[in-house]
Design a binder for this molecule. Structure first.
Ligand code: PEP
Ligand code: MG
Length: 855
């Protein structure tokens, strides 16, 4: 490549050659005020006809956005040309863009910078219009944009007459004014738009303003410099200003940064109590909760824990980029490290299996599969071929792969990103000889991390750790599963401010609500301790009476059964007084494997479970509930924009009947060994139920098996609204309030910000439950509830009052739910339910039915 030579700044004229072919649009007509009002700088826009952005002049790449949609070239004379493909394309998080350059590369006119998929962008972003703007426009005396259409690499799109040296006089003042630490709330960080807003605001002050992230600093008046810092959501930055208007600049810019500089969808990150500075500090940011001492996430594992913050961080392992040996030698080193990591994982898995921790063992089995991922190995091997070291190649392969997974909106895939980083680090430490750090928490520790890896938690001292709290992940992440299997409270998806809390900060973690209370008073701690003691005492008594039936004081009988994920849960049911299984999530057989389980494997699993329950306890097997949001490697479903509204549950089964047929055959065969019922998930249309029942009947006849009771999950509002029609054709209903709530309120059940509002006690959801029960009873059918509220002590009286016949709850709480029912009066519950249906909010309903443990 040519090394660009600077022009004479006094006389300079710079011609920018069209980086794309297409009609030119004046910047003022771009439908985005940030560009139209030239907040980023002056320039021109092109409506592209081709799909590769090329260099408009010789220069050096000084910024490439991680999402790949924007790049800045600096010319030798210091002119910075930002090219931004499309509008709002930062939200695509890299999809549709393939950069061909990296920061520091030198380019000549016409060199390919970023290739892009125009169809994809046109259908997934606001516009394809591509802006070419000079971010340090003050260096340009005159802009002469061309008109009409241009051809890439041939025509001049924009001519610049360059000004002399930088203008703007700053009165020197020795005093540096600094802001408080600011947590960036913008979902996509300080990308072009907020960076432009900040730079424009900063330019209004007679002061030298720097933005500091970690050890790096950048000029807050330069869009490119700000973007170069790659500031992401949750990053902590500080402003430093020097000059006549330094104080005013800090006072004005600080709150605006906290509020997201006008970006949409910003939930300002809360300032942890310890960071809120007194009196003269900028106005406090709006935390997600109204209480600055309360951080909110999503519930991941129930329970209360009182303890102190212990931050778990993963130090990056530094690797040498260039190989010492030949590609072949480096490959041998890499393969050897991967083999060794696999052996470690096998040993860990065997140890956990031996210790009865099958859940955890399965996670490490899945890690072994990740080590064989062909995509991952391809990326690493291709880097080796280019002379990179084994450690560098492996680190880059697993981190880029993990970042890509983490960027997806799919909770399960995002959870895989964490696993991939975990297993990647394991092999990397074997390659480099750098020992992975093992967290050594103090007593009563509440572990805080972006994400805790299974390796972090496998070796934890259970006696020291009281709870987990992560900013990533959700209720289905592996850490949540581990926390539940350890019976330890956990919250996920927590506000990023939690990562800034100093070690030792006293906190109360409420895993059931997904909240973390900072600096609780001694009285609060005492109250929690008393509650815990009371709950433990009551649990002990309830356990002693677990075999008593769940009958109200006025003799109304309710069946209390368990939600299970496999044999280990089923084995506990009889001892805990469970009267059967209301929901077997059969997904457990299908996840974490590379092929679907065959009929015999499934038959054996269902038979073992029904035998563990004994002949009189019913087992309701729900057919496979996977789909867009819970993908299986061997069951590819095309990418969906709204996976929760796409191919899920029974829809998948009807679309791939071979999977459903195999499962139904296994269930029918196992039914000969116990009291088995079958239940279809995510039924919304009568035709779906009819089609599924027809398949069941065909398989039954082929096997010459006995008929089995067939029910549906009521978890789509349509099924609740048409419960009367469904009740004629289903033998029973089980209301899945987790999904019913998310679909009724149109709020993602795993959404960290919406989580507090996704409450099954919302009167709208209660009304659907009441209708369902009424319609079913009219047809002489029974109704269960297997969603989370069935085990919520505040919901239990209401559900019973509405006439729900069966509550299916998580296994460990069966004795307490039965005991609670024995303390209730059915007639009171009926009155309470009627009253709840007239209320306006979930909070009002909760106020009506206080939690007996906290009352
Ligand atoms: C529900 O939606 O309430 C339910 C029990 O099913 P799952 O949580 O498995 O989707
Ligand atoms: Mg569901």
């Amino acid at each position: 490549m040519n090394t660009p030579t600077p022009a004479d700044p006094a006389t300079a004229r710079l011609a920018l050659i069209a980086p794309l072919s297409g009609p030119l649009i004046p910047l003022e007509r771009v439908p985005d005020p940030v560009f139209a009002q030239k907040m980023v700088g002056d320039g021109i826009s092109i409506d592209p006809l081709d799909q590769c952005l090329r260099a408009p002049c010789a220069g050096r790449i000084v910024q490439l956005h991680p999402a790949g949609h924007a790049v800045t070239v600096a010319t030798p004379e210091g002119i910075e040309i930002l090219m931004h493909i499309g509008l709002d394309t930062v939200n695509l998080k890299g999809s549709g863009f393939t950069p061909h350059v990296k920061v520091g590369d030198t380019v000549k006119v016409g060199d390919a910078l970023i290739e892009f998929d125009a169809d994809y962008i046109a259908t997934h972003a606001k516009s394809l219009l591509t802006q070419i703007v000079i971010t340090n426009s003050e260096r340009v005396a005159e802009f002469k944009p061309a008109t009409g259409s241009v051809v890439v690499g041939r025509d001049v799109a924009l001519e610049l007459m360059l000004a002399g040296a930088e203008t703007g006089v700053v009165v020197e003042s020795a005093k540096i004014v600094t802001s408080e630490a600011i947590l960036i709330p913008n979902p996509t960080g300080l990308h072009a738009r907020p960076a432009a807003v900040l730079a424009n605001l900063a330019k209004k002050f007679k002061a030298d303003i720097q933005i500091q992230k970690g050890a790096a600093q950048a000029n807050a008046k330069s869009v490119v410099a700000i973007m170069g810092l790659e500031i992401n959501q949750g990053d902590k930055i500080t402003l430093l200003a020097k000059g006549e208007e330094a104080e005013a600049a800090i006072a004005t810019l600080t709150p605006l940064l906290w509020e997201g500089l006008g970006d949409q969808g910003c939930a300002p990150a809360p300032a942890p109590a310890s960071f809120v500075t007194p009196a003269n500090a900028a106005p406090a940011p709006q935390p997600r909760s109204e209480d600055p001492n309360l951080l909110i996430g999503v519930a991941a594992s129930p329970g209360l824990a009182v303890g102190v913050v212990f931050q778990v961080r993963h130090a990056e392992i530094t690797v040498v980029e260039d190989a010492e040996g030949s590609p072949q030698q480096e490959r041998e080193r890499l393969d050897h490290a991967i083999d060794e990591a696999r052996r470690q994982l096998e040993a860990l898995q065997a140890r956990l299996h031996g210790g009865g921790a099958a859940d955890k063992a399965a996670i490490f089995a899945a890690h072994q599969e990740l080590l064989d991922d062909p995509d991952l190995l391809d990326i690493a091997y291709s880097a080796l071929a280019k002379g990179k070291s084994a450690a560098f190649a492996w680190q880059r392969a697993f981190t880029t792969h993990a970042d890509r997974l983490a960027g997806l909106r799919n909770e399960l895939l995002a959870a895989r990103a964490n696993d991939l980083r975990d297993v990647g680090r394991r092999a990397l430490s074997l390659l480099t000889g750098v020992q992975p750090e093992r967290p050594d928490p103090p007593n009563n520790a509440i572990l805080i991390a972006e994400e805790l890896t299974p390796s972090d938690t496998a070796s934890l001292d259970r006696h020291k750790v009281r709870g987990f709290c992560t900013t990533l992940g959700g209720a289905t992440s592996h850490v949540a599963i581990l926390a539940r299997s350890l019976d330890i409270p956990a919250a996920a998806g927590m506000e990023p401010g939690v990562l800034e809390l100093p070690n030792g900060t006293p906190v109360i973690l409420d895993g059931g609500k997904g909240t973390l209370r900072l600096n609780p008073s001694t009285e609060e701690v005492e109250r929690i301790r008393q509650t815990q003691e009371r709950v433990a005492e009551r649990r002990h008594i309830d356990l002693g009476e677990a075999q008593k039936p769940a009958v109200t004081r006025d003799h109304h009988v309710v069946e209390v059964v368990g939600n299970i994920g496999g044999l280990a849960d089923a084995e506990q049911i009889p001892g805990l007084g469970g009267e059967g299984v209301g929901l077997l999530r059969s997904e457990f057989l299908f996840l974490e494997r590379s092929t679907a389980p065959n009929e015999d494997e499934q038959f054996a699993a269902y038979k073992a479970i029904t035998e563990a329950l004994g002949p009189n306890r019913p087992l309701i097997i729900r057919t496979l509930d996977v789909g867009g949001d819970k993908p299986l490697a061997y069951l590819p479903i095309p990418k969906e924009d709204n996976p929760f509204l796409g191919e899920r549950g029974l829809r998948v089964g009807l679309d791939r009947p071979e999977i459903l047929r195999t499962q139904l055959r296994a269930i029918l065969r196992a039914a000969a060994f116990g009291k088995i019922r079958v239940m279809f998930p995510m039924v919304g249309l009568l035709s779906e139920l009819r089609d599924a029942k027809a398949i069941l009947e065909e398989e039954r006849q082929r096997l010459n098996a006995q008929p089995i009771e067939t029910g549906i999950m009521v978890e789509i509002p349509a099924a609740a609204v048409m419960a009367a029609q469904f009740a004629r054709e289903a033998d029973f209903f089980s209301i899945g309030t987790n999904d019913l709530t998310q679909y009724t309120l149109a709020m993602d059940r795993g959404h960290p910000k919406l989580a507090p509002k996704v409450d099954g006690l919302n009167p709208s959801v209660l009304q659907l439950i009441a209708w369902t029960v009424q319609a079913a009873h009219t047809e002489g059918k029974w109704v269960g509830v297997c969603g989370g509220i069935a085990g919520d002590p505040q919901a239990v009286p209401l559900l019973i009052g509405m006439g729900v016949d069966e509550l299916s709850v998580s296994v460990p709480i069966i004795p307490s739910i039965k005991a609670q029912i024995r303390r209730l009066q059915f007639s009171d519950c009926q009155a309470l339910a009627q009253q709840a249906l007239t209320l306006e909010t979930a909070a009002q309903v909760r106020a009506l039915c206080p939690d007996p443990d906290h009352a």
